[in-house]
Design a protein around this ligand. Structure first.
Ligand code: NAP
Length: 272
């Protein structure tokens, strides 16, 4: 019998997930097939019915990360706090939801030796990725988090439940802040609009490390600015692969170390 896995979302044409999971199956010798499953909101109940009977697990992406919650029997603590599920495991005891962006981000910080305790982080953007990042940093006892938004009149107050030591600011207030890590959780700089950065080069100078969740291109203008001022720069590829491997850890009930993540990254980089 084929072990079915997949990615459930709206429009999925350009997703890297099948390639990452196929590399996972290749390097671990696990049997599995990873399919793209497109569904609109209206068809979600019937699609979930099929997945529940034929799939071991699936990832979930836009626009269903929140819509999917009522279909599940229980969701993990961090997925509940973040308010989004990106991984499901279907079992005879029930269907369970998780958020592996949270774990992928953590694995990336560990791998690059980015310390969190007693540090100051600035997070750009207030979408789903920012929520996972803020929750992880707060759980690991970061000192202060500044969340940067284009419009402070539309602040999502639920962020305060993720972290008590959080301040919302606007982009023009950034020039006054010195911090340890600057994290881009906006899509600004992503292919094909690669000639833009969410902050000026002057802002990057005030942080020891810049982290971009974007992985296409691998070196965004945002990261170029950090490199030019002699700072550490980390792209989103490690997190992308680490969150996929974290999903496999849930499905396979096994732990995989960074060697596997690096092997998958190496193969991906050759084809990017
Ligand atoms: P999202 O919800 O679409 O947007 C994130 C936030 O970015 C928005 O809430 C908005 O915040 C800000 N933003 C959007 N357009 C902007 C613009 N033109 N200028 C300035 N700010 C803008 O996206 P997401 O799902 O959180 O993902 C964010 C990025 O992270 C994407 O590039 C995604 O590909 C990447 N990502 C990578 C990984 C990984 O594993 N590497 C995982 C998840 C996401 P305000 O309205 O408050 O300004």
């Amino acid at each position: 019998m084929v072990n079915n896995y997949g990615l459930l979302g709206g429009t999925l044409g350009h997703s890297l997930s099948p390639k990452i999971h196929q590399l996972f199956f290749k390097y671990t010798a696990k049997k599995g097939e990873y399919n793209l499953i497109e569904s609109d909101l209206q068809h979600l109940p019937s699609v979930m019915q099929i997945l529940k009977s034929e799939y071991v697990g699936c990832n979930v992406t836009i626009p269903h990360k929140i819509n999917i919650v009522p279909f599940l029997d229980s969701i993990s603590k961090e997925a509940k706090a973040i308010g989004a599920v990106n991984t499901i495991k279907f079992t005879s005891q029930g269907d369970f939801g998780y958020n592996t962006d949270y774990y992928g981000f953590g694995k990336m910080l560990d791998y690059y030796h980015v310390a969190i305790e007693r540090k100051i982080a600035v997070v750009l953007g207030t979408g789903g990725a920012a929520r996972a990042v803020v929750k992880y940093l707060a759980d690991k006892n970061i000192d202060e988090i500044y969340l940067v938004t284009r419009d402070t009149n539309k602040i999502d107050k639920s962020f305060y439940k993720l972290a008590s030591n959080l301040k919302f600011i606007k982009y023009d207030q950034l020039k006054n802040i010195q911090g340890d890590m600057l994290i881009n959780c906006t899509p600004v700089g992503m292919y094909p609009n690669i000639n833009v950065s969410p902050v000026t080069a002057k802002v990057s100078e005030n942080f020891a490390v810049s982290i971009d969740l974007i992985y296409n291109p691998l070196q965004t203008l945002f990261l170029n600015q950090a490199v030019k001022s002699g700072k550490q720069a980390i792209n989103g590829l490690f997190m992308l692969v680490a969150q996929a491997v974290a999903a496999q850890e849930i499905w396979q009930e096994e732990h995989y170390d960074n060697d596997l993540i690096l092997k998958i990254i190496n193969s991906l980089e050759q084809s990017l």
